[in-house]
Design a protein around this ligand. Sequence first.
Ligand SMILES: NC(=O)C1=CN([C@@H]2O[C@H](COP(=O)(O)OP(=O)(O)OC[C@H]3O[C@@H](n4cnc5c(N)ncnc54)[C@H](OP(=O)(O)O)[C@@H]3O)[C@@H](O)[C@H]2O)C=CC1
Ligand SMILES: N[C@@H](CC=O)C(=O)O
Length: 384
Amino acid sequence: MKIGIIGLGTVGYGVVEILTNEKERLSKAINEEVVIKYGCGLEEIDLPDGIIYTKDFNVVINDDEIDVVVELIGGTTIAKTIILDAINKGKHVVTANKALLAHNGKEIFMAAKENNVHIFYEASVGGGIPVLVSQKESLVANNTKEIIGILNGTTNFILTLMENENLDFDEALTIADGLGYVEANPALDLDGIDAAHKICILAQNGFKKFIDFDKISATGIRDVTKIDMDYAKKLGYRFKMIAQAKEINDGIGIDVAATLVSKKELVANVMDAYNVVEIDNDYVENVIYYGKGAGRYVTASAVVSDIIKTSQIERWSHDYEDCTNIYPITKSKYYLRASKPLDVDYEMYFTEKRDHIYITHEIELADLTTVLNDEEYTIFKVRG
Ligand SMILES: NC(=O)C1=CN([C@@H]2O[C@H](COP(=O)(O)OP(=O)(O)OC[C@H]3O[C@@H](n4cnc5c(N)ncnc54)[C@H](OP(=O)(O)O)[C@@H]3O)[C@@H](O)[C@H]2O)C=CC1
Ligand SMILES: N[C@@H](CC=O)C(=O)O
């Protein structure tokens, strides 16, 4: 197996290291020598002996000896060209590029099918956690009912810091940024866009439907305050940025939102930069996947396992229909904080200083906002 790795940054160099250190064992596992022929990056770096450095990804794609192209540059422009060109040249492709797959997955999967090549992308969701392979292979007997997850480590780290250290959002963000957690474009993390990319990929595979990414509602964690975090704590909840998808009526409900999760739920106890995915199925019922969602070796572990999987004969099918009806999930329990008593049905209520705090029964958001009229209030979804 001859491999070309395009992108030698955090993940790409980790892949080079693992494949080099584990070459003998991995080659034995597939009964074929695993060889990195090219490392492609914008700037030349030291590569282990035998790997050819190139600046030009076309050198990799146009080499007839290359079986697997590994795209690890990120983004949705050049990466798309690289992946489609590689597929059209009959190469298997491995990528960790969640943004590209959420936006252009359909086109890429179709091209892979037409060219009879593998496209594997385990590292795009949950870093090293083997959740996609489980969805595509181990859960094949099941119909998925619901998927929920904490799919962004950065925001989970920030929420954990806010809670444990009693910090404001901005204070916690500064610390997370200083530790290198926050993406170059912070909106991807903070506004839930990265988590939306990941739930889009999970939902497509779970419900066997293509989802138009632009229809997914994502609100992120910028509105979570220390005040609401304290009230949540008093009521037995913890703030988490929850990505959720489930089949509803004639379509798919899917969104990402800061949510109060009961501390009794396993998901509420996933702290720091860890990720979790919980999939509810008809036969095996609930299964939970937990682990680190980012980091050089964590992510490279999933990429290497995908590279090795390209030696298998059977292709992953992505013969999905388009889902035209995509909705935010608005039927929920809600947390409300207002400066006056509110006329709402509730499960829990207390008042402190000038605040009136409610956890409502499950209700449609539109019905709730009708009752609230012009009152000023803070609102978040509640789970559990
Ligand atoms: N880091 C992580 O923990 C995780 C990352 N991912 C995904 O993995 C992918 C890679 O991420 P990561 O390694 O962190 O990103 P990095 O920015 O660390 O690495 C990307 C590398 O690609 C290089 N590059 C950019 N354009 C080209 C080009 N045209 N030809 C060759 N090389 C190029 C960059 O060079 P330069 O720096 O000079 O621009 C950089 O070294 C992304 O899709 C990301 O979303 C997924 C899960 C976790
Ligand atoms: N920014 C992402 C990195 C991995 O996908 C995260 O925080 O989870």
